[in-house]
Write a protein that binds this ligand. Structure first.
Ligand SMILES: NC(=O)c1ccc[n+]([C@@H]2O[C@H](COP(=O)([O-])OP(=O)(O)OC[C@H]3O[C@@H](n4cnc5c(N)ncnc54)[C@H](OP(=O)(O)O)[C@@H]3O)[C@@H](O)[C@H]2O)c1
Length: 254
């Protein structure tokens, strides 16, 4: 099958492209260097020609609710419109466990994305996953303040992006399934500990400062809102196994 991956160059998207290739499908990445601007809606018609499904693994690197709502609103509307015009039968979206409940900052955009997808009469699947193991690396890239590594107080049950990607690839190859059961990692972790272990494994210095983020966003991170409930399926690879597997120099980009 020809399956487009919006954000096929990102942390998750690269694994979705690999998983699709491994399963014998033909992945097509929709990202800026492949000629698609998802926010403006440019270049989608050409790249979606002949596609059977779209996996949306795009994201914006911002914690602002305004930026996140603008990004996920525009991208989701543009993709759904372009898919309708190109006759693509299946839209696969990925969201975050608890994001729609917390609905603040970045999660406000995810909540809107979920609503837009679920408002469609059919032809969609939506998977909510917990933070990726790679999220610790993403925090390191963005949370350096002088000699400190600032990390929010956060309870999480992280999962390898590759496991989420394998699930998305399988969903995309099947019939539209609506809201599917959540996917989480094998065990609960504290984000500051993950960042400490990540930095130690990379041989990088810097003291980790765990900071409670104010407001609804920070409360959601601390109070267990982002943890899976009893109905969730659990992935296999622990954070430490993932750290051991990621070749030196790759975890930052993993
Ligand atoms: N990270 C996590 O822990 C986590 C956990 C659960 C769910 N999720 C969800 O998983 C999805 C992917 O997250 P991620 O962390 O993998 O994202 P990411 O690494 O930041 O990748 C973002 C992707 O979006 C593309 N993109 C951004 N703006 C674009 C634009 N205007 N036009 C075209 N492409 C654009 C980028 O491609 P170019 O820059 O090459 O254009 C890149 O491929 C998101 O929906 C996120 O909410 C993430």
């Amino acid at each position: 099958m020809r399956i487009a991956v919006a954000g096929g160059t990102g942390t998750l998207g690269r694994h979705v492209v690999d998983a699709l290739q491994a399963a014998g499908h033909e992945p097509v990445s929709l990202n800026r260097s492949s000629g698609a601007d998802l926010v403006r809606g440019d270049g989608l018609a050409d790249l979606l020609r002949g596609a059977d499904a779209v996996v949306d693994a795009s994201s914006v690197s911002s914690t602002s609710a305004k930026a996140s709502v603008a990004f996920f609103g525009a991208v989701t509307r543009n993709l759904l419109r372009a898919e309708r015009e190109a006759g693509v039968a299946h839209h696969v979206a990925v969201s975050i466990v608890g994001a729609a409940k917390v609905r603040a900052n970045y999660y406000a955009g995810k909540a809107l994305q979920e609503e837009l997808v679920m408002a469609e009469e059919g032809g969609w699947s939506l998977l909510r996953a917990t933070q990726f193991h790679e999220f610790a690396a993403q925090l390191v890239e963005h949370g350096k303040v002088g000699p400190f590594q600032v990390v929010p107080t956060m309870r999480s049950q992280p999962i390898a992006a590759a496991e989420v990607a394998a699930e998305l690839a399988a969903i995309a190859a099947g019939e539209p399934a609506g809201l599917v059961p959540d996917l989480a990692g094998p065990r609960e972790e504290r984000m500051a500990d993950l960042v400490r272990r990540y930095l130690a494994a990379r041989g990088r210095g810097g003291r980790v400062l765990e900071v409670p983020v104010p407001g609804a966003w920070g409360r959601g991170m601390r109070d267990g809102s982002l943890l899976p409930d009893a109905g969730a399926r659990l992935g296999k690879q622990t954070f430490d196994e993932w750290l051991g597997d990621v070749a030196p120099g790759r975890a930052g980009a993993a």
